[in-house]
Design a protein around this ligand. Structure first.
Ligand code: SF4
Ligand code: SF4
Length: 165
């Protein structure tokens, strides 16, 4: 197993880290809720190729997603059956234009509202930056190596776990 996969596995197996990240994600939702931004949940921003925007996630976030996913046999089976598109252009968790991984989605998914403008956009970006920094600090606290991965690379790691599970 290469270093990146080992680091993601370490993060996924660290229940304390996953608990801290879950708490932090709740804080993200609370702060964003105060901005009253609207998402129509159309799924367009999860089609990265068409939308023209990349999603990034840290080691801990990908580990958190993997820890969540491996408790979901039906999702794993669907992924293994190849019914979901594995592509750098569309997130594999997008089904019928909805996110099927909402509980475990990354900060970049949570803190993005395409319709945010002006000061609300600035506040949204500040929330992202602030929590991104805190997530980075969690890596240090829990001695997990920090990688900042494009979603294609993150999904490729998850796919290798799915294939090996
Ligand atoms: S942020 Fe925008 S593009 Fe993404 S799902 Fe919500 S409304 Fe659609
Ligand atoms: S995890 Fe969910 S919200 Fe994030 S890109 Fe994938 S489908 Fe979209």
């Amino acid at each position: 197993m290469d270093t990146l996969l080992k680091d993601i596995t370490k993060a996924a197996s660290d229940s304390k880290l996953c608990g801290m990240l879950a708490k932090l994600y709740r804080e993200v939702e609370e702060q964003l809720g105060q901005l009253e931004l609207v998402c129509r949940r159309c799924g367009k921003c999860c089609r990265f190729g068409e939308f023209g925007q990349e999603l990034l996630a840290s080691t801990a976030e990908v580990g958190y997603l993997w820890a969540w996913l491996r408790k979901q046999p039906s999702k794993l089976n669907r992924l293994l059956a190849g019914k979901t598109e594995w592509s750098h252009k569309v997130c594999p968790f997008l089904e019928d234009e909805s996110c099927t991984a909402r509980e475990a989605r990354a900060l970049g998914c949570r803190a993005f509202f395409c319709q945010a403008e002006g000061s609300k956009k600035e506040q949204m970006e500040n929330i992202y930056e602030g929590f991104h920094k805190r997530i980075g600090e969690l890596h240090k606290q829990r001695d997990v190596s920090y990688h900042y991965l494009g979603w294609a690379e993150a999904m490729s790691a998850v796919r290798s776990f799915v294939g090996g599970s």
